[in-house]
Design a protein around this ligand. Structure first.
Ligand code: NI
Length: 174
């Protein structure tokens, strides 16, 4: 990270960029390195524990994450073209998202996953994750397929949230 690192705009639901299937990254060039630095900075500034490139308006298959976003313990993870290979058992976690304002809900996901992808230098990476890291990776990789955590809750809960959001957005405009 350097003085050019900048905080990016985080797009929020119902912006259509969040519904796009992000494209595979073919070349890990300087533009991608800058995007990675900016996304990490944006994630820490938010603050959040994960961010997918479509959330900052870049539909590329790239996620960043850090379960210890406090300054002393920071250790940002980067995954390019991530894929979930295996998942087992279920865990229910209360999820929220920087792109879904003012809402959280319990979501059921795999409790353990194996994920593969590439790091920012293009080296292949395999991650075995459980609990919060497993949930975080599934949530972020979902983003790359245009899926939000609210797509995993009941349609009743989702429509109640949509209604409340509509009201919130209307009040903001007044
Ligand atoms: Ni999210």
């Amino acid at each position: 990270m350097n003085e050019d690192t900048k905080k990016m705009k985080i797009y929020t639901y119902p912006d259509p960029v969040l519904k796009l299937r992000a494209e595979e990254i073919q070349n890990i060039d300087g533009g991608i390195q800058t995007l990675i630095d900016n996304m990490i900075w944006t994630m820490y500034s938010a603050p959040g524990i994960g961010l997918a490139a479509n959330q900052v308006g870049e539909p590329s298959r790239l996620i960043v994450f850090d379960l210890s976003p406090k300054e002393e313990g920071r250790n940002p993870g980067v995954l390019i073209n991530p894929e979930i290979l295996l998942g087992e058992d279920q865990v229910v976690w209360e999820e929220a998202c920087l792109s879904v304002i003012d809402f959280s809900a319990e979501v059921s996901r795999k409790a353990r996953v194996k994920v593969k992808g590439f790091d920012r230098h293009g080296n292949p990476v395999d991650i075995e994750a459980e609990d919060l890291l497993a949930v975080c990776l599934q949530h972020e990789i979902d983003h790359l397929d245009g899926i939000l955590f609210i797509d995993h809750i009941s349609s009743l809960k989702r429509s109640m949230y949509k209604k409340r959001l509509k009201k919130m957005l209307a009040e903001k405009e007044e």
